[in-house]
Design a protein around this ligand. Structure first.
Ligand code: FAD
Length: 439
């Protein structure tokens, strides 16, 4: 078997400077320019690839890691930075999807996500977590109060540090009376995702992973021995197992892999530095906010005294600009004390959204594995699946993994999926708008 497709850089935007200044470690490695061998090849240096590389090396494997650009170039270096202990789908939906037994394991594993991230940060001495009281999740309309109350009760019954707060208490927590009510989830983390991804990359290097940057995997070939040979523009790697950890940044590396999800462009923006007296009353305990709307609603304070928002922008095109006008309106609605808002930078990144929002571990061929489809909740999930992938190899028993190992399934009429995604996002924007108007 042999596939040859050129790597295409389809990311029009740089990694945010707001993160780069806080993630200063050197991350350039040499370009692969020779033929080498290893037990395992990890393709991609985002959170999935870096966590996987660490776990494989810790298990005693010789590991090569290839990154097309620099570590954190993908979603991992561009994310909003909220590490939350729950999935986009509700817990009953998770049980329906995976069945009672596996579904319960999945819910538990996701709930442990922030703890898993915190453990890696601590173990590898990575300075990426912001000082934060956790996640403040607001009800943007009255109708959602009951939903949040039930959600808090569910997690409390499982012993989690989650509390439902009425309008007054929630307002005190976040320094704004915008919301009807909310819950505070103290398990969640607020991180600099680029510093996390790069800290993991450094940690993998320290435990012996051979890393190459600006070295895209462009061609995969199976040899008669069963081993795989992967070519980059100037070198080759031969190995028994390949792990494709390119998520939404996958382009042509394996036939049809990018047809397993819909690429959606997410956006973020940071303000210029804000006067510390004004900031003192905003998010006084550094919680990060999201709310019950369908579209981007994240607001947090960065240690650099900037506000950081998850915002809108063109969701399926590679051109166009962030919607800073709507972002300013939202920020002023929630925090009227911010009289004039100036934006320092905005950026975007690609998200791999699966049609059911569930992530996938894939066995593409004997010895070729992938994980993708985090659907915008990848910081903890990529950490978890990086670890899970380390148990996948030609000889392993895959039954004990948390997620099932699946075959690649392509979304029918995938070429039309950007139109479908654009329509759905417009519908969400409309229902969010109606909700806010009638609250
Ligand atoms: C704007 C935005 C906001 C987000 N906010 C959040 C959030 O708040 N919380 C949350 O949980 N999740 C969030 N996410 C999602 C999260 O960032 C991703 O799910 C997660 O980072 C995916 O990690 P990854 O390692 O699988 O992929 P990525 O980080 O995308 O890494 C893939 C890597 O593969 C490399 N690559 C691609 N092709 C090749 C090749 N041929 N050879 C070698 N290397 C290659 C790329 O250069 C890239 O570095 C957000 C995403 C975006 C874009």
């Amino acid at each position: 078997m042999s596939f040859s497709v050129p790597f295409t850089a389809h990311e029009p935007c740089n990694i945010p400077k707001s993160y780069r200044v806080l993630a200063s470690k050197s991350v350039e490695r040499e370009t692969l320019s020779s033929s080498i061998e290893a037990d395992a090849l990890v393709v991609g240096a985002g959170i999935t690839g870096n966590t996987l590389a660490i776990h494989l090396a810790e298990a005693g494997k010789s590991v090569v890691q290839l990154e097309a650009k620099v570590p954190g170039w993908g979603g991992s270096g561009r994310a909003f930075g909220s590490v939350v202990p729950c999935h986009k789908n509700t817990e009953p939906a998770i049980i329906r999807h995976y069945g009672e037994q596996r579904g319960t394991r999945v819910i538990d594993a996701i709930a442990q996500g922030p703890a898993l991230v915190a453990d890696l940060l601590k173990r590898h001495n990575i300075d990426a977590a912001f000082d934060s009281g956790g996640w403040a999740f607001g009800a943007h309309t009255k109708a959602f109060e009951k939903t949040l109350q039930k959600r808090a009760e569910y997690w409390q019954s499982r012993g989690a540090d989650v509390e439902y707060l009425d309008a007054q208490k929630f307002s005190r927590l976040i320094g704004s009376d915008y919301y009807q009510a909310g819950i505070v989830d103290r398990r969640a983390l607020s991180i600099n995702p680029l510093a996390y991804a790069r800290g993991l990359f450094e940690a993998a290097h320290e435990i012996g992973v051979s890393q190459y940057t600006n070295s895209p995997a462009v061609r995969l070939k199976q040899k008669e021995s069963g081993n795989w040979q992967v070519a980059t523009p100037h070198g080759k790697v031969e190995c028994q197992n390949i792990y494709i950890c390119t998520n939404a940044y996958t382009k042509g590396i394996w036939p049809g892999l990018e047809k397993g999800f819909v690429p959606v462009r997410g956006w973020g923006a940071t303000t210029t530095t804000i006067d510390s007296e004004v900031l003192a009353d905003i998010l006084p305990e550094n919680h990060f906010i999201t709310d019950t709307r369908q579209l981007w609603s994240g607001i947090r304070k960065l240690p650099s005294d900037q506000m950081h928002l998850g915002i809108g922008g063109p969701a399926v095109r590679t051109n166009g600009k962030a919607d800073l006008k709507t972002a300013s309106k939202r920020l002023k609605e929630v925090y009227p004390s911010l009289k004039s808002i100036e934006w320092k930078e905005s950026w975007s990144g690609w998200i791999a959204v699966s049609t059911d929002q569930f992530p996938r571990i894939l066995r593409l061929a004997n010895g070729v594995w992938a994980a993708h489809g985090y659907s915008g909740r990848g910081l903890a999930m990529a950490t978890l699946l990086g670890k899970e992938l380390s148990f996948c190899n030609v000889e392993s028993d895959l039954e004990n993994l948390i997620l099932p190992v699946e075959k690649l399934s392509r979304i029918p009429f995938h070429k039309l999926s950007p139109f479908g995604a654009a329509m759905l996002l417009r519908w969400y924007a409309f229902t969010d708008y109606l909700g806010v108007q009638n609250r």
